[in-house]
Design a protein around this ligand. Structure first.
Ligand code: FAD
Ligand code: SF4
Length: 487
């Protein structure tokens, strides 16, 4: 056990972010030198706050089943090598989750019942960042090859996790990606200030050294058809994400200056890394309205700040959830509460219970939005009489989520069945309705989180390994129907 009295004597402490006025002038991560380095002076003491409660609910909160009390104890004892070993036992990419996960483990932490939860996510990122700094993260190539081949389509966290597990199990794995570089939303969705792309690049390098081959710039379903892929490989993993974007078809939608977040963010990410982008959508000197209150909206906000927007407003149709856990979402569930991300500290107004009736325009370009306040009556939104107003906007960004995977092309060609929500249907082994075609991540689960995508990638890899080899020793942290903790 870590410090026996740590949870009583040591208050919860987190790393300080760089001052807002400094960080909005660059694209680097908001912690000085990255979160791991910023946390190093305090993290041993913080890990000591783990009370070794006996039934660690944090394990159930984390879809990967991370061995949290074990590595808390090891960090407290400063046994960093063993801590890294235990961390990698359940998570291929802790530097992604340690930066980006909303940490459902912490809302399930037993200390959190009547005190501040252990800073689990910070311990996680400290272990892995220190390991990279100390050159302790090395390739782990297989000792022998099975002679079986696997194609993974999509290189987001689900595809990467599946590919790494299968390569290490001795299969010959090729990852197909339509973008010019691998990483999925980790690379072109999530901005630098949340996670620098160095983190993705060095994992790809590790994977290549282990034997995984990356074929980028290939839209599978186009030049290479689904049938060709199925013929060439012994198994296929679809990790194509849920990329169909939700739209807002109200009058004026056709005006210029109204874009999807995933049109705006990838361009900004490229430019932040020194690439040139023709006709870039920019927020500079504009009144920006972001429709949607989640992670994607916050990423648009932080990006607009750094591009020099005149004003930024984030609209959310749901009411403000407040800062306290609702009674209906008790410990150990992950409650819907008002959260302040690093981007929210930097600028912008958040407006709740508001709906867009119309986009207004001048000379074919958006100039404003007609808004109305709404309230929930018997499960539906009703307009509040007399609450209409017009706000100026020269750039509108949709961050309203995604409805599922693209069907046209690969999914249609393979003929895989979809579930009632339009996601690719799979059985307990993560196999779709087509023999030898597996599915992992948002493509099967619907829009979700990085930690779930990694857990799905690992689990699908176990399904593929058993299919190819007759049995498997690979871990499968979650069944396909696993869901977050609820009451
Ligand atoms: C802007 C944004 C910010 C987010 N921030 C967070 C966050 O902070 N924390 C968090 O936990 N989650 C976050 N999420 C959610 C998280 O990124 C996703 O849940 C996760 O990336 C899903 O992983 P995936 O591997 O299933 O799919 P993706 O990451 O979407 O990867 C799918 C890949 O498949 C490729 N592909 C699709 N079709 C084909 C084809 N036919 N041929 C070849 N390649 C193909 C795509 O180009 C893409 O690279 C965010 C999402 C967005 C959009
Ligand atoms: S992956 Fe997420 S839920 Fe799991 S330990 Fe890390 S921060 Fe917690």
């Amino acid at each position: 056990m870590a410090d026996p009295r740590g949870f009583i004597t040591t208050p919860r402490k987190v790393a300080e972010r760089r001052p807002v006025e400094e960080r909005v002038n660059d694209w680097k991560e908001v912690y000085p030198g990255g979160p791991g380095r910023a946390l190093l002076p305090i993290i041993t003491e913080q890990a000591g706050r783990c009370m070794d409660c006996g039934i660690p609910f944090c394990h159930s909160g984390c879809p990967l089943g991370n061995l949290i009390p074990e590595w808390n104890d090891l960090v407290w004892r400063e046994d960093w090598d063993e801590a890294l070993d235990r961390l990698h036992a359940t998570n291929n990419f802790p530097e992604f989750t340690g930066r980006l996960c909303p940490a459902p483990c912490e809302t399930a932490c037993v200390v959190g019942i009547n005190r501040d939860a252990v800073t689990i996510k910070n311990v996680e990122v400290s272990i892995i960042d220190k390991a990279w700094d100390d050159r302790q993260v090395r390739p782990e190539p297989p000792e022998w090859l099975t002679g079986k081949t696997v194609a993974v389509v999509g290189s987001g966290p689900a595809g990467l996790a599946a590919a790494q597990q299968l390569t290490r199990a001795g299969h010959t794995v090729a990852v197909y990606e339509r973008d010019d570089k691998p990483g999925g939303l980790l690379r072109y969705g999530i901005p630098e200030f949340k996670m620098e792309k160095l983190q993705v690049d060095r994992r790809i390098d590790q994977m290549q050294r282990e034997g995984t081959v990356f074929r980028t710039g290939v839209q599978v379903g186009d030049t290479l058809t689904g049938h060709q892929l199925r013929d060439r490989y012994d198994a296929v993993v679809l990790a194509i994400g849920a990329t169909v974007r939700r739209d807002l078809p109200v009058p004026g939608r056709e005006l210029a200056g109204i874009h999807q977040a995933m049109e705006f963010l990838p361009q900004a990410n490229r430019v932040a890394l020194g690439e040139e982008v023709e006709d870039q959508i920019v927020a500079t000197d504009k009144d920006v309205i972001i429709i949607g209150g989640g992670d994607t909206g916050a990423d648009c906000l932080g990006t607009s700040v750094r591009q020099g927007a005149r004003s930024i407003t984030q609209l959310e149709i749901m009411p403000n959830p407040g800062t306290d856990r609702p009674e209906t979402q008790p410990w150990p569930t992950y409650p819907m509460i008002y959260r302040v991300s690093s981007a929210h500290e930097e600028a912008g107004d958040r407006v709740y219970s508001i709906s867009t009736k119309e986009f207004l325009g001048e000379d074919g370009h958006v100039s404003g939005l007609r808004l109305v306040e709404v309230e929930m009556v018997d499960g539906t939104f009703e307009e509040v009489e007399g609450s209409e107003r017009v706000v100026p906007a020269q750039l509108v960004l949709f961050a309203m989520g995604f409805t599922g995977p693209e069907q046209e092309g690969l999914v249609d060609q393979l003929g895989v069945e979809l579930d009632e929500r339009g996601n690719v249907k799979r059985d307990r082994r993560y196999m779709s309705s087509v023999d030898g075609v597996f599915v992992a991540g948002d493509a099967g689960r619907g829009q979700s989180l990085i930690v779930w995508a990694i857990a799905e990638g690992r689990s699908a890899a176990a399904g593929v390994d058993a299919y190819l080899s007759g049995s498997t020793n690979l871990p499968a942290p979650i069944p396909p129907n696993a869901r977050p903790l609820t009451v």
